[in-house]
Design a protein around this ligand. Sequence first.
Ligand code: HEM
Length: 422
Amino acid sequence: HGIIRRVVGKRAQEGDLGARLMVDPDVLAEPFPHYDALRAQGRLVDSGIALASAHHDVATAVLRSQDFGVGMRMPENLAGVMGLAVKAGGRWTLGPVQPPSMLAVDPPDHTRYRKLVTRAFSARAVAALRTRTEEIATDLLDGMAAKPGDTADLIEDYASLLPATVIAEMLGAPVEMSRQFLEWGAGAALSLDAGLSYPDFKRSELDLEALNSWMLGHFETLRRNPGDNILSALVTAYDQGDRLTEDELISIAMLLLAAGFETTVNLIGSGAALLMEHPDQLAVLQAEPDRWGNAVEEMLRVESPVQRTGRIAHRDTEVCGIPVAAGTVVVLLIGGANRDPEVFTDPHRFDVTRAEAGENIAFSSGIHYCLGAALARMEGEVALRALFDRFPDLAPAGPAHRRPTRVLRGYEALPVTLTRAS
Ligand code: HEM
């Protein structure tokens, strides 16, 4: 993995903006000015390694285009570098974002996987989970209120546990596993970033291995004792014939689990931070609770939990009139597209009443549009409403820490006081 790190590092030193976006620590803390600069350089900017865009129309066009896909077979050493695949004990340990993950394959496989899981995440299925999600929120808030000292870490005590518990229940896993999932998930998330350090690479590998072997054991449990959950249905589909291979089964399960909490935690954490920073916006929501849905869209827009994704051109093509050669990798800066002034007026302003907030592409677009979008929106709204209903004076108590990841944006720690000192 030294090679990519050196190449990217050298280009970054030379001031290449596309490369800096991948490695520069300042960019991690505050990527938005850098997206603005990249957007000003052009619609599709050549960083030497890939083309990159922070334009909303370009990002949307690429994501929706049939000339682009996600499937690419990388040489094994390179795949290791990118953290896209990890070799362990002579067999591939499948992580949530490498083939045959849904996210990393093109049709027809993509279509086949997605069909198997779509129903469990439909708007109707999600609506049925709302009451249970409200109960989970209440339990977690009770736990926070019962802690001595009137302070809490909003990420550890609330934002991470709520989605982890919901997805654990959806997958038929014991609820006590939620905390363990979060630990493994944090390691797995490191592998999304390029130029990973060796200790991070190792950690990521170990956590993925642990998650993998737990998952294999869980399948056995579900075979003996099937429940009314999405994984039992998948295990049955696998057992009943040729609809899924074992690798496909593990891969779908790992993606559902990891995607189920690694991203929503950031929506809840960043959303809470935004409302604490902007009491006027919280006041709008307290006066007009109907606006919560739009507020969640606005949070997804300004603090997109997934900051970027990528596609590869499968054939010579063009995007918004710009020619792109077959084999070209295009990096789409979702966080930049969501602050494109051509679509969003005064784009850096957080405004829960913004009419065009829903134009954001935080959940991507096209055939890989987030399967869990309805679930994430519901969880975000339920979690934040319950939080500010219970603790309307919630305030920061000490410095917040950002996650060290670039693809995923959010907080690792967010200390708060539950009530204002009188
Ligand atoms: C795909 C974002 C929550 C499951 C995606 C993609 C994005 C995304 C951007 C597409 C990436 C691409 O086009 O390359 C988010 C955000 C979330 C969230 C911002 C929370 C705020 C969830 C949840 C689940 C989930 C709760 C539930 C299990 C998935 C799956 C895919 C996906 C399975 C792959 C879909 C496919 O390839 O067809 N998500 N996600 N996500 N997401 Fe989410």
